[in-house]
Design a binder for this molecule. Structure first.
Ligand SMILES: NC(=O)c1ccc[n+]([C@@H]2O[C@H](COP(=O)([O-])OP(=O)(O)OC[C@H]3O[C@@H](n4cnc5c(N)ncnc54)[C@H](O)[C@@H]3O)[C@@H](O)[C@H]2O)c1
Length: 384
């Protein structure tokens, strides 16, 4: 059994200091893992290192990979860099935590899977939603038959930060984020979470994609994730080739059927992942905007709401919660718990229970994305 103390012997290096890089750094520090080096583009990196109090600021990620005081590399740069950086980090003998989606297409993700298997170091994809206590509890409830036989699952991942035609981010460009946007960016979180809970893969999809803003206005200059449009900004109009909204029908390997909605133009929904699981005994549902509450639905009796870390909630998340009930654990805590699981696995020589998403899981999600794209164009069911 690995003690948490041994985690601090591992040292991290982080590539990318935009929105999510600092979330990684904060979670690592909460675990006592030192972050010894930071990498970003030359014009950003020193200011970021000063702000985040990291000793070494590097503007070439290959230099970070050569650093002997970096054991685990966190890749939090935009999607188009994931494959190149992952393959180079594996080649350098590092353990890797790569942000989702794993890469731009299955050619790239397959190469990462192959390299990760060959190298044998730990490779994780940052599907952090798995580590909400309610998600871990739902997984337990499905596995032990508490809900009965699962009939269907339903849910959505809705956001509004790309609601306006002037909202801009690199994700809107296929060359930066990939051909699918909303589905690859947040839809894969939902699909990974549903597969994790059900213990089953998505095998077939039927999809309809909608681009509400056919053209958008791009502010001249750089814009960060979740940044708000400002007045007095000059814009250039461009055609949008990625979807704002998706409807996806799903079939899982265990026969369960699902339907998923994904939107980045849903006014008022800031970052809302919602999952409902319908079984032959009862149903259960959860939403990330109210993360402490797990709801159970009954045909005859009264429906129930269980608060995290109480006996009514169940013990499926034991070991993945640090605070008592009423002391909310949310988005940043999922990173802490995910990294604890990854770093414990590394420290234990890969013998710990792996709950994190692997390179294979990341590859599977990108394969589902490609099937969704194909289904949208051919207007039929596509096997993954
Ligand atoms: N798991 C989650 O909940 C979650 C949330 C947000 C983003 N993400 C993922 O994290 C990644 C980054 O997203 P973000 O929202 O932080 O983007 P961002 O644009 O806010 O930050 C990206 C950073 O990478 C830097 N960068 C660009 N090219 C680089 C290079 N060649 N070398 C080093 N640094 C480089 C940029 O300068 C920027 O600081 C994406 O893959 C995204 O899908 C995951």
């Amino acid at each position: 059994m690995t003690t948490i103390r041994s985690l601090s012997k591992l040292r991290a290096g982080v590539i990318g200091t935009g929105f999510i890089g600092p979330v990684h750094i904060e979670a690592l520090r909460r675990l006592g893992v030192p972050v010894t080096a930071l990498c970003d583009v030359p014009e950003r990196v020193q200011a970021a290192a000063d702000r985040l109090m990291i000793p070494r600021a590097l503007s070439d990620y290959r230099e970070l990979l050569r650093s002997p005081d970096v054991d685990v590399v966190h890749i939090t740069a935009p999607n188009r860099y994931h494959a190149e950086m992952s393959l180079a980090a594996l080649k350098a003998g590092k353990h890797v935590v790569c942000e989702k989606p794993l890469a731009m297409n299955t050619r790239e993700t397959a190469a990462i899977v192959k390299a990760a298997r060959r190298r044998g170091t730990v490779f994780a994809v940052n599907y952090n939603v798995r580590f909400y206590p309610a998600v871990l509890q739902l997984r337990r409830a499905v596995a032990n038959g508490e809900l009965g036989e699962i009939i269907h699952v339903n849910g959505s991942y809705f956001q509004d930060w790309l609601f306006k035609e002037t909202d801009y981010n690199w994700r809107l460009l296929p060359s930066e984020g990939g051909k699918l946007r909303a589905v690859a960016d947040v839809g894969t979180h939902w699909m990974d979470t549903a597969s994790f809970i059900l213990g089953a893969k998505i095998t077939s999809v039927f999809a309809d994609l909608v681009t509400f803003h056919q053209t958008r206005k791009r502010p001249l200059g750089e814009v960060q994730t979740f940044a708000r449009a400002q007045t007095k900004v000059k814009y250039a109009t461009y055609k949008v080739a990625t979807e704002d909204f998706a409807n996806v029908l799903l079939q899982f390997s265990n026969g369960v059927r699902g339907n998923l909605g994904v939107s980045q133009v849903a006014a008022g929904r800031k970052n809302c992942i919602r999952l409902e699981i319908y079984g032959s005994k009862k149903s259960a549902w959860w939403c990330s905007e109210d993360p402490e509450m797990l709801h159970f639905g009954h045909r005859d009796g009264a429906n129930q709401t269980a608060v995290r870390a109480t006996p009514a909630f169940g013990d499926g998340a034991t070991g993945f919660m640090d605070y008592p009930p009423g002391h909310v654990e949310g988005f940043p805590d999922t990173f802490k718990m995910l990294f604890r699981n990854i770093y414990s696995t590394i420290a234990a020589g890969s013998t710990g229970e792996r709950l994190f998403a692997t390179a294979e899981d990341g590859h599977q999600e990108v394969a589902v994305c490609e099937a969704i794209m194909m289904s949208h164009h051919s207007k039929r069911w596509i096997k993954v």
